[in-house]
Design a binder for this molecule. Sequence first.
Ligand SMILES: [Zn+2]
Length: 132
Amino acid sequence: MIRYSLICDAGHSFESWFRDSAGFEQQATEGRISCPFCDSTKVARDVMAPNVAKQRDGAARELRAKLRDLHDTVVAHTEDVGDRFPEEARAMEDGETERRAIRGRATFEEAKALLEEGIEILPIPGLPSDGN
Ligand SMILES: [Zn+2]
């Protein structure tokens, strides 16, 4: 049995199992394969699939670049207070220190506590690896 990605003449994609490629050809020629969405029997193997995969790779690369830009922007405009982040955030909130943009680390519990105290914090997405 082999699985084919198929597409009908209305552009619906679906998958179907066939005995072999000859089985698919025969059933398609005889109009015995129908689109599950619109019942069209004009179906063909979806040869666009590899292109779609490439476009997805491109989108992922673009997203990684945007995340890196965002990360760089945050790093360039904030002061790194490291593990003192929760204390620094509270000190600013209480007016003990000057308000400024800071970044640092907080555990999930610490971040939750800050939010419950009404202190606005924003998680920075981690940078995905480039896969190399
Ligand atoms: Zn269809």
